[in-house]
Design a protein around this ligand. Structure first.
Ligand SMILES: Nc1c(O)cccc1[N+](=O)[O-]
Length: 245
């Protein structure tokens, strides 16, 4: 997978070259190119923003700069080849989910546009949507200063699903949300720590009982913390034992 990120703070994306993602880049499983948006400015101040039409606080990112940047970064898409998907992190976006991470992992190329200030002039999104799929995506209902942090989160969630990136592919299959539920509590040695013992069932060796216990804890945690996820499960997702909980 090829990943391009356009930002006014390229250094913010340095963590993409660390740890698991760094190893995936070194192994050639993904390629990451980070582009400084100011490359496509033509004034001495390298201005990327301007006052919003209609007034109001803050500044809006200029369409000319973004238009030239995306034209250059996406480049001419060879005929017959699918264009990349453009992902624009924004608080006004569709909530990013594990299901979307799987969708994005099937793409051969992703381009991320990192907005700052009050966002990117809407015409940039509208223009881009005439020649490539565009997703405006939110990683949460809180206010960040820009899209870079969201790109780090989305790229990590997507890259770990790519074949060869995770040491143990089973990890991705047993992800939180993979069965629509939150993961339950996890334990490791020692058996007792500060007077708190590991639940006996986890040391019983009874794999059926362990699976049941883990499922029950996941259902309890999901019901308590994310009832919306429980409500979204298809009726067939809960078996008789689940309903007895
Ligand atoms: N929440 C937020 C923001 O405030 C700014 C850029 C991107 C996001 N987001 O992806 O959630």
């Amino acid at each position: 997978m090829r990943i391009d990120v356009v930002t006014i703070f390229p250094g913010y994306l340095a963590p993409l070259r660390e740890a698991l993602l760094g190893r995936a880049i070194d192994a050639g499983l993904i390629s990451v190119a980070v582009h400084d948006l100011r490359t496509w400015t033509h004034d001495v101040h390298q201005a990327v923003d301007d006052a919003p039409y209609g007034g109001g606080p803050g500044m809006v990112m200029r369409p000319q700069v973004w238009g030239e940047a995306l034209d250059a970064v996406v480049g001419d898409v060879p005929s017959g080849e699918a264009p990349p998907r453009l992902i624009v992190p924004t608080p006004a976006g569709r909530p990013f989910t594990q299901a979307m991470a799987h969708e994005y992992a099937a793409e051969s190329r992703l381009v991320f546009a990192c907005g700052r200030y009050e966002g990117i002039d809407q015409r940039v999104i509208d223009d881009a949507a005439t020649w490539m799929p565009v997703d405006e995506v939110s990683i949460g209902d809180y206010v960040l200063v820009g899209g870079e942090v969201a790109v780090l989160a989305i790229v990590e969630a997507v890259a770990r699903l790519l074949p060869g990136v995770l040491g143990n592919p089973a990890s991705a299959e047993q992800d939180s949300f993979s069965d629509g539920l939150l993961e339950g509590p996890a334990y490791t040695r020692p058996e007792t720590w500060r007077g708190r013992a590991v639940p006996d069932v986890l040391r019983s060796g009874n794999h059926g009982a362990i699976a049941r216990w883990r499922r029950d804890r996941a259902l309890e945690r999901t019901a308590a913390r994310r009832p919306d996820l429980l409500a979204a499960l298809p009726p067939t997702a809960l078996d008789r034992a689940d309903r007895a909980l």
